[in-house]
Design a binder for this molecule. Structure first.
Ligand SMILES: NC(=O)c1ccc[n+]([C@@H]2O[C@H](COP(=O)([O-])OP(=O)(O)OC[C@H]3O[C@@H](n4cnc5c(N)ncnc54)[C@H](OP(=O)(O)O)[C@@H]3O)[C@@H](O)[C@H]2O)c1
Length: 279
């Protein structure tokens, strides 16, 4: 993998074949070393995708989305994102989880992708401990119906109790079933549904300020429309899927398209790993 933006000397091969000073993986030693197009360690990826530091001028919680899209805008193939992803995309997916306090996901993605609890990974253990985080992020499922299989490991055996974000008018028997399974139900809306800005606030009140949403498109569209999305990590997959797949964000269009700024762009085997943030 190599960095295309911001442009650094690392973007091109140096005479010695090694990365220039300051590039990821540059150990400060003499000459030699890996060529720029090489596998990045999880530590390097974690540095590249670090959340804004507290006190860096970014008040409150930070909501980042991680999504993958084909060249023609498909966010899934045959109902899953895996066919349009790649191993490096999954490494970045895992890294973003490794940095997050909580993973926020729509119930349909949980149902279709068979979501499991987030794992504790040794590679991120020291970093998480230093950041005051538990061993793995909590998963927070956004749902109005609570039509979820509460016998699944996501609810019965996570490292951190799974959260259910729902509205105050959610069916009491479903709420009871969720709680009986071990999930923690958090109300973030007055009606059946969740209000996106309230969801972010409710998670922050629980101490979750490094938020990661993995979609799906219907949920992401609401975060965008509500103006609470801070950052988008978008993998552009060098594939054309045609068909009628969803785009990465769905729902009613916003009055004026939201402009985001490019923060970084990595490339491997034609896959582009971009990172955009609100200005
Ligand atoms: N390309 C990617 O990066 C990517 C990422 C994620 C998912 N996907 C794909 O996207 C597809 C699923 O996405 P999707 O857009 O159909 O669904 P989704 O956003 O994952 O989930 C929609 C569901 O979330 C709940 N929900 C959403 N907004 C809510 C609100 N404001 N209040 C309460 N509940 C709310 C509802 O659940 P209830 O029905 O339970 O009320 C709704 O049916 C799958 O095919 C998946 O593979 C792709």
């Amino acid at each position: 993998m190599r960095r295309l933006f911001p442009v650094t000397d690392q973007t091109v091969t140096t005479d010695s074949g090694g990365p220039p000073p300051g590039a990821p993986g540059e150990g400060g030693g003499e000459g030699g070393g890996a060529a720029p197009d090489r596998e990045w360690s999880l530590d390097e990826l974690a540095d590249a995708y670090a959340y804004p530091e507290p006190g860096s001028g970014e008040p409150g919680p930070w909501l980042r989305a991680n999504m993958v899209s084909t060249l023609d805008g498909a966010a899934q193939h045959d109902g899953r994102s895996q066919p349009i992803s790649t191993a490096t995309d999954m490494r970045i997916f895992g890294t973003l989880r490794g940095l997050a306090d909580v993973v926020v996901v729509g119930a349909e993605t949980v149902r279709l992708e068979g979501y499991r609890p987030a794992r504790a990974r040794a590679e991120f253990a020291a970093r998480r401990e230093a950041a005051g985080q538990g061993p793995a992020p909590a998963v927070a499922v956004v749902t109005a119906s609570l039509d979820l299989d509460f016998s699944l490991p996501l609810f019965t055996s996570p490292l951190v109790p799974t959260l259910i974000l729902t509205g105050a008018a959610a069916a009491p028997d479903r709420v009871a079933a969720a709680e009986k399974a071990g999930a923690r139900v958090v109300i973030a809306g007055d009606g059946m549904g969740v209000e996106p800005d309230r969801a972010v606030r409710a998670l922050a009140e629980l101490g979750h300020t490094r938020l990661l949403t993995e979609g799906g498109p219907r949920l992401l569209g609401q975060f965008v429309a509500a103006g609470v999305l801070d950052e988008l990590c978008l993998t552009v997959s060098p594939m054309l899927a045609v068909g009628d797949a969803q785009r990465i964000a769905g729902g009613p269009s916003v009055a004026v398209p939201r402009r985001f700024a490019l923060v970084s762009l990595l490339e491997e085997e034609g896959f582009l790993f971009s990172r955009y943030r609100r200005p």
